[in-house]
Design a protein around this ligand. Sequence first.
Ligand code: ARG
Length: 579
Amino acid sequence: MKQGLRGTVKINMYVYEEVIDSIVQEIKRVTGQEVNASEISEPPDSSMGDFSTNIAFSIAKKQGKDPAKVAQELSEELKPRMVDQVTPQGPYINFKVKKKEYTSRALQEAVQEGYGGRESKEENITIDYSHPNIAKPFHIGHLRSTVIGEAIANLNEKIGYRVIRINHLGDWGTQFGKLITAYKEWGDPKELEETPIEHLNELYVKFHEEEKLNPELSDEARRNFKKLEEGNQEQLELWEKIRELSIEKFKETYKRLGIKFDTYKGESHYARTGESEKMVKEALEKEVAQIDLDGSIVVNLEKHGMTNCLIKKRDGSTLYSTRDLAAAKDRWKEYRFKKNIYVVRSAQTLHFKQIFKTLELLGYTWSNRCIHVPFGSLNMPEGAMSTRKGNIVELEQLLNEAQGRVLKLIEEKNPQLENKGEVADEVGKAAIKFNDLSQNRVKDIEFNWERALNFEGDTGPYLQYSHARATGIIEEVSEEAQGKDPAQELNSKEEQEMIKKISEFPRTLKNSAEKNEPHILAQHLLELTHAFNTFYRKHSVKYAETKELKSAILKLVQAFKNTLAEGLKVLGITPLEEM
Ligand code: ARG
């Protein structure tokens, strides 16, 4: 066991994994067979044992024997560490762990700060997420990417990677020609400073209305964008101001959400430095791209079952795609990533397939480290928000609405609570985040306040509430229950179920990270918490018969609380002590 900075525990193999590893080693020693840890699972019923494997099938097949016979023979020879009993059951082999030893190790690990963390791998993972477009409201269209991206970033950090959080801003394109034109016509510097996004959005809308009546404006917008591309002072200054003010505004929301990006290097960087242009040249030179009849430049991907990827328009400008090619190359150069992850809605699946394929055709072997993590849409039903401007829901509004609704609940349930406003904000954010993270990522989701805020349902507030309840129990009994080896007393089914969920936590984190599926972790936290609540309903903690038992239960509740807290933090949710 290694203590990292601030006493945070970082272990490469936790007890649950150690048992599995030992079983794997034993099978190899006895049979000479290499088995994968994933071939060790759990029996359907815990009364059969704690671990199980069907490895006898494949061994029997190779040797032309009966699987049940092999299972029986192996059961006699396998002697894994920390395992008490090895029993054949038909073709299966079940393992029962030494309860006392296992429990004591599991609890000892689980109460440490940073539980589930791994030693640093000194490898980089870049994650591209959130990426709103500047001069536009930060609306709920970006919520899922922001929430899922942050969870995936935290997961990877937790299992030992160095994570680089990238906000690939939509900060370039012809729309800025329009915006500059509109600002020059109708803009107000004071309004721009005070309410930048609102003002810019109004200007943008106005531009489109006026453009219909006055087509001259479109030409002017094109001219202004051209000037911007050429680095003309006036246009550039205005664009820079817009960018700066937008980022400042976005940062307020990120702060509220507890998110910090390492870089805001967005599309403009690749357009302005000429890196996109260079990409086009390289693709032509390597004969990956061709000049089309109309003068545009495309990468032909027909052979690979995809439509062509346009990388330069007829008028000579580069595109979103070109900038993504350049950005990927730039990230590789700077970070030598182990993985380069893009958390972007499903609608862009083809785009990323084209980008990754093009990189491969350009000869970049690291293209297979690029991963698109898609997700479905978030639908806000009519009437879900009391304040609505146009038909877009801004993220800030959504957070305020959540906070307001939670505050009302607190006034009903616990009016004496301190820092009600703050707690309400934390619970509101938890509701919104967990609603997203607990569902299947690729599915479209329908937002529903009653469901997201239900303290008794499978929600963020339910987890926070259970965490607060555990905190209360610990405070209540900790003085009376000290010392003694706790493990010996925790024999009930409910206690054993909790220990199981607690000790599986590190492996779940890893699994969730490797699959880019925060929902695996979210579901585990729900199961863990259900186990705690079932236990709590059945066993009185305060009136435990013996001091030993009280002390054992205390340790169990502490382990639960810490596991849940570590898991919630990874999902970007604040564990609360009281609510
Ligand atoms: N700003 C883009 C949008 O709102 C998403 C950018 C995703 N990241 C990327 N590297 N393409 O659609």
